[in-house]
Design a protein around this ligand. Structure first.
Ligand code: SAM
Length: 198
């Protein structure tokens, strides 16, 4: 796990946001327990989470998209250092411009918070029958529950968008969403089989 600690150190020094331990441990356990094999990740950062996912078991394949060119290059390097080039594909660009003609067991949304709904809808058809969307940072450092924790106008705007996304998940008739307090707040949205929708 030495490479992983190095990536975490790099992220801290260079202020690259990565998943909190509790959140990533939850998803890694989910991958094992539900025998997840294919993952699409929005927001690679420097590859920390995709490498952790790929290391859960040898049959996990990750496609991950990153917007920032420097982070993309660092992610590609980290994937190579961990000998995972055959199981992690890193794409460069805006996730909203990518389309895939295949299905994924798990779609992990960890990109720009204001655009979570857009990504959810954009990739909805790429979710396999028993697949799940997992969204991170839905607590946003506690501010989603308590907006008085910030007085910054931009942050308040962002928190309101996250709240709207939570409402979208809660009222989405095609998905059942569980909100979990792990890490920075995680939502697990499972497709409801067609015969169970009302
Ligand atoms: N999942 C990573 C981890 O835990 O190791 C952390 C990802 S970080 C929270 C979010 C990343 O999304 C940032 O590196 C940011 O540059 C990237 N991002 C922002 N907008 C994006 C977009 N439209 N498409 C793809 N990536 C984007």
């Amino acid at each position: 796990m030495e490479e992983i600690s190095q990536i975490k150190r790099f992220a801290k020094i260079h202020s690259v946001p990565i998943m909190k331990d509790e959140g990533i441990d939850f998803i890694c356990n989910y991958i094992i327990e539900h025998n997840v094999k294919s993952i699409l990740e929005i927001g690679t950062g420097i590859g920390y989470s995709s490498i952790r996912f790929a290391k859960t078991k040898d049959d996990v394949f990750v496609s991950t998209i990153e917007f920032d060119i420097e982070r993309y290059h660092e992610a590609v390097k980290n994937v190579a250092d961990n000998n995972l080039m055959d199981r992690i594909l890193v794409y460069l660009g805006d996730a909203a411009t990518y389309t895939f003609d295949r299905k994924f067991d798990l779609i992990f949304i960890d990109g720009p918070k204001a655009q979570y709904r857009k990504f959810f809808e954009h990739f909805q058809d790429n979710l396999s029958e028993d697949g799940v969307f997992i969204s991170d940072n839905l607590s946003f450092h506690g501010m989603v529950e308590d907006l008085s924790l910030t007085h910054n106008y931009r942050t308040i705007k962002l928190v309101k968008k996250i709240r709207k996304y939570i409402d979208f998940l809660k009222t989405n008739p095609d998905f059942k969403t569980e909100f979990l307090a792990y890490g920075d707040g995680i939502a697990v949205s499972k497709k409801i089989p067609p015969h169970k929708t009302t």
